[in-house]
Design a protein around this ligand. Structure first.
Ligand code: 5GP
Ligand code: MN
Ligand code: MN
Length: 458
């Protein structure tokens, strides 16, 4: 290991920790040019190469970029919109969930109502959320409320294969499958009223959370570039403890090609979430007679991405410098004052959206100065899985899980029962505890808590 591994856990979460995830945290610490430490958030669990819940920053000259540190679903992320409604305004939650399920394409191979030409797709890959808004899928203000303003600089379309593009064309504006979801929630606790007011959320308010990424396009980009980077490892003589850490020097042709394709995929994901947001708003307008503008975006965060950012590193003499931060199942949590944060939230710190599960609370947090000092401005991304999909399907049935949730007043809708079993609340760590760990460590602070009312699983 070139640097130590640092993780944030409570005693109880540590007891349930997989050995494999810690080994992966240690493996990441062997990569060339890694700065300060290999970081694990409390939602850490085993992933491809890097652990999910992992953060690693790399030196611009000595460092590497690795698809394993980003994940197959490039710019998987979460956004939240608020509504002017409260629970009593939605007497028929089941009907609303059915309507949402019929409106937002969900599940493997679902197709978007939006028809992109090759040229349209190129614009999406370059301009991200802004392109979707330009096409009419959004409103003034949406883009500024996205991390990176909904489009990362540095997208290079020549490194996105024909196959990736072909997978992307019919899927922009679809939720996807598995862990991805769209959830109707109510705010049931506000530990930080001042920040909640700044972020525009209030107790009792109905909100919608959307979790999805870059669909088949991002997956194909990851697959394509892993092949190239596996060869690059040999070419540059990088000694790896695990083949899944395939990487290349940041400024090598292979490293730059991956970065360019990854940025394009990230932009696709922002457009994807933007189009879904539009579909949801239109449905709410129709169903509840509220105005489109009454459903502003609180924020949109990426939790699978590598980015160039300015940070202070251990050799503080150098001051802030450009480093490449990999967040794989981790969320940027920039503290107050950072110029990357939209003006109206800059003094409060960046809004951080942390989903729990379809049966437990989700949270809105704010980034902190401590995060800037300790975690390259990062925090957890969710509760984190503790039980594999296959094991969940063996021990649970979708019908039993749905019935259990129904007893607690939570409606779940999915393309099939297996999708529900695989995503039962019990397959995740307790979200309250995970969020308490990052709050107590000071790497973000809890602002508001959300109770699930109805959810669509992909
Ligand atoms: P991932 O991106 O790692 O697949 O998932 C992010 C997080 O989303 C998970 O760690 C889990 O805590 C959360 N999550 C998964 N399914 C649901 C759901 O149906 N509703 C909510 N609110 N959170 C979920
Ligand atoms: Mn994803
Ligand atoms: Mn995700």
């Amino acid at each position: 290991m070139r640097v130590p591994g640092t993780f944030f856990l409570s005693r109880r979460l540590a007891e349930g920790l997989e050995e494999g995830a810690l080994t992966q945290l240690a493996n990441v610490a062997t990569l060339p040019g890694i700065l300060r430490c290999s970081l694990g958030m409390p939602d850490i669990h085993w992933g491809y190469g890097f652990p999910i819940g992992g953060v690693a920053a790399f030196d611009e000259e000595e460092g590497v970029i690795s698809p394993g540190g980003v994940g197959f679903d490039i710019n998987c992320g979460v956004r939240m919109i608020t509504t002017p409604l409260t629970v009593t305004d939605i007497p028929d939650m089941k009907g609303l969930i059915e309507d949402l399920f019929a409106t937002v394409p969900t599940g493997v191979g679902s197709k978007s109502p939006v028809r992109l030409s090759q040229n349209d797709l190129s614009n999406v890959l370059t301009d991200g959320a802004a392109n979707a808004v330009e096409l009419g899928y959004g409103m003034e203000g949406d883009v500024r409320r996205c991390e990176e303003n909904g489009a990362m600089p540095g997208a290079e379309l020549e490194f996105v294969s024909k196959k990736a593009r072909a997978r992307g064309i019919p899927q922009c504006g679809t939720l996807g499958s598995g862990n991805h979801f769209l959830e109707v929630q109510a705010i049931d606790e506000i530990p930080d009223p001042a920040t909640a007011k700044t972020f525009g959320v209030a107790e009792g308010q109905i909100c919608v959370m959307i979790h999805c990424g870059s669909r088949g396009l991002g997956h194909q980009v990851c697959t394509d570039h892993l092949k190239v980077l596996e060869e690059a490892v040999k070419k540059y003589g990088i000694d790896l403890p695990d083949r899944q850490l395939a990487c290349a020097p940041l400024h090598s042709p292979e490293g730059e090609a991956y970065f360019g394709a990854m940025a394009a995929s990230a932009n696709y994901a922002w457009a994807n979430r933007q189009i879904i947001t539009h579909l949801v708003r239109e449905l709410f307008v129709k169903r509840f007679g509220i105005a489109y503008e009454e459903m502003p975006l609180v924020y949109d965060v990426a939790h699978n991405v590598a980015k160039w950012e300015e940070h202070e590193t251990a050799d503080a003499a150098a001051g802030r410098r450009r480093v490449c931060v990999h967040r794989k199942g981790a969320t940027r949590a920039f503290g107050p004052g950072r110029s990357e944060i939209v003006q109206e939230f800059r003094d409060a710190g960046q809004p951080v959206i942390i989903p729990g599960s379809m049966g437990t609370s989700s949270y809105l947090l704010a980034g902190t100065t401590t995060a800037m000092e300790r975690t390259f401005g990062s925090t957890c991304h969710g509760a984190g899985r503790v039980q594999s999909r296959s094991s969940a399907k063996r021990s649970l049935t979708g019908a039993a899980v749905a019935e259990d949730l129904a007893k607690r007043g939570i409606i779940v809708r999915a393309p099939n029962a297996a999708a529900i079993a695989e995503e039962a609340p019990d397959v995740y760590k307790p979200s309250s505890e995970v969020v308490q760990v990052v709050h107590d460590a000071g790497i973000s602070r809890i602002v508001a808590r959300f109770r699930p009312l109805g959810v669509i699983k992909g």
